[in-house]
Design a protein around this ligand. Structure first.
Ligand code: HEM
Length: 287
């Protein structure tokens, strides 16, 4: 005999109905308490009546939350790499790539705002610009894009300026990776391993030669190869964010100057030429 399938009841009180959920939070931590949603929502403070200002603020907030997560993941990955551990950082870097992807996708939502919509509130935020984003600079410094000028907007806030300056003067994730290359027996000169970290990294023939060997014998150097490809994923996705930012900026403000004082689209276009991990791109040509 075929067993009768169990009938699911929809009557209130059944195990899968909503009224089984906990509803009394007078003495225990609720969702909103745990996530401090009052605090989060209180940060949403438009300064005009413009409908699109809500979108503008929300996208910036969401991006800042992702940037904060990216910085945490990079920081954890870097302290493991510093200790010679390469497996767990791979997972963290995968998460960084996914978070970057979310930030990149945010442009699709922001693009629904036209120049006319934007002009309704543009004058209200004066000289404020993403250029002054501390989390973004922290991420860039960790990835190796170093420039002392980027510290200046934070000079009035020692709590932000201090850690940013420290990150700018410490090895980047690529510098740590190059130490691992040297540790694996590749001959890298002192000018690479003991360089002035506050300066941007520039390509070096010895590093390129080392990566060539890794890519020519991936089986033998699997850990370094996997790490290199993961770093490339991070840079690849970051480039997409930069490109979509530029395109959105051109759509919304054309070639007007930026609120932060730069030439605007021209400045952002130049940033597309930045290369974080040069030899990882260069080896491709010669393989
Ligand atoms: C309509 C929307 C936006 C416009 C018109 C815009 C425009 C600009 C412009 C012109 C710059 C160059 C610096 C300046 O002079 O201000 C800039 C930089 C920047 N923006 Fe945006 N932006 C928009 C949205 C966003 C969003 C949603 C984010 C997310 C966090 C963001 C993050 C940044 C960052 C991090 C920089 C610095 C880039 C660098 O120095 O390489 N922007 N933006």
């Amino acid at each position: 005999m075929t067993p009768t399938p169990e009938l699911k009841s929809t009557r209130p009180g059944a195990p899968d109905s909503a009224d089984q959920a906990y509803t009394d939070f007078t003495r225990s931590l609720s969702y909103g308490d745990y996530l401090q949603l009052d605090v989060l929502r209180s940060a949403h403070q438009p300064v005009t009546q413009a409908h699109d200002e809500h979108l503008f603020i929300a996208i910036h907030h969401v991006s800042e939350v992702w940037l904060d997560l990216i910085v945490r993941e990079l920081s954890a990955a870097m302290s493991l790499l510093e200790r010679g551990i390469t497996d767990a950082p791979l997972k963290m870097l995968s998460r960084v790539v996914r978070a970057e992807e979310q930030m990149t996708n945010a442009w699709d939502v922001l693009k629904t705002m036209t120049p006319t919509d934007y002009l309704e509130f543009r004058s209200a935020f004066g000289q404020a610009s993403g250029f002054q984003s501390e989390r973004y600079r922290m991420m860039e410094f960790m990835l190796g894009n170093r420039n002392e000028v980027m510290l200046r907007p934070h000079a009035h806030r020692e709590d932000l300026h201090g850690p940013l300056k420290a990150a700018m003067e410490a090895p980047s994730i690529y510098d740590l990776t190059l130490c691992l290359l040297a540790g694996a027996g590749f001959d890298l000169p002192a000018e690479v391993l003991e360089r002035d970290y506050s300066q941007p990294y520039t390509s070096h023939p010895a590093v390129k030669a080392a990566w060539m060997e890794v890519y020519r014998d991936t089986g033998r150097h699997w850990e370094l190869y996997e790490l290199a490809e993961k770093l490339l994923d991070v840079e690849d996705q970051f480039r997409r964010w930069r490109f979509n930012h530029l395109t959105t900026v051109e759509r919304v403000i054309g070639f007007k100057r930026g609120s932060g004082g730069t030439s605007g689209a021209g400045y952002l276009k130049k940033a597309l030429d930045i290369v974080l991990f040069p030899e990882l791109w260069e080896v491709r040509t010669e393989l």
